[in-house]
Ligand binder design. Structure first.
Ligand SMILES: [Zn+2]
Ligand SMILES: [Zn+2]
Length: 230
């Protein structure tokens, strides 16, 4: 049961039936089953704590990924609406999904930060969708959150249309910890929040900037992870 389920009746964001909470129990069971995922990257994995790629990787800047759902129907449509069509009304339902996943994992970071947008894109959209999720999840857990510890130095093309190598190049050196905020990061365990992880390249690059500023550990918390095509 999602924490929001204790709230007032509202229309389920998926099926539009009345329910208590952002997403009804039936849709959660059908579309958001709890499945075993790689601790490190969030891909679905059976019979192991880490997927094969992560086992071979010892330089990962993200130590742990918490993922609520796969980026697939109906979450892909809801997240696109939330992000590109001003559907801020979906922030509560999407945050509740991530919150439930974080609570299942029982992780407690020192600080919650969103993957930032570049200034121009933030002005155009009017909000950073990652911060809208991050601040709600942090509030429910009683954790500190800050919207602008990480800066995005330049806007990057959307990762979805790119191949693996292009994704890494696309976000390379795109992030920096605001020099005025380094004291919030140094020696701390940080949870980095995003709406979607496509390949993990954006999360890795943002986490690298946090580690360079002295973060002792970085976890990536995402509502949805693009499933492996392998
Ligand atoms: Zn429903
Ligand atoms: Zn993995």
């Amino acid at each position: 049961m999602l924490p929001l389920a204790a709230g007032l009746p509202s229309l389920c964001a998926v099926c539009r039936r009345w329910s208590r909470g952002g997403i009804c129990e039936g849709c959660l069971q059908r579309f958001a089953p709890v499945v075993p995922r790689c601790l490190q990257c969030g891909l679905v994995v059976r019979g192991a704590l880490r997927c094969g790629a992560c086992v071979l990787r010892d330089d990962a800047p993200v130590q742990r990924t918490v993922t609520a759902v796969d980026y697939a129907f109906p979450w892909d449509g809801l997240i696109a609406g939330f992000k590109f069509r001003q559907r801020l009304d979906l922030a509560g339902a999407l945050s509740a999904l991530l919150l439930a996943a974080v609570e299942r994992e029982g992780v407690r970071p020192d600080l919650v930060v969103p993957v930032p947008l570049a200034a121009g894109r933030l002005r155009g959209r009017g909000y950073n969708q990652a911060w809208e999720i991050a601040r709600r999840v942090a509030r429910q857990l009683g954790l500190s959150a800050h919207p602008a510890v990480l800066l995005r130095l330049r806007e990057t093309a959307h990762q979805l249309g790119l191949g693996e190598g292009e994704r890494v190049r696309n976000v390379s050196n795109a992030f920096l910890v605001d020099p005025k905020q380094v004291r919030r990061v140094a020696g701390r365990r940080i949870a980095l929040v995003d709406d979607v992880a496509t390949s993990g390249a954006t999360g890795d690059e943002a986490a690298r900037a946090l580690r360079a500023a002295g973060a002792s550990e970085v976890a990536l918390w995402v509502v949805a992870r693009t499933p492996s095509t392998a």
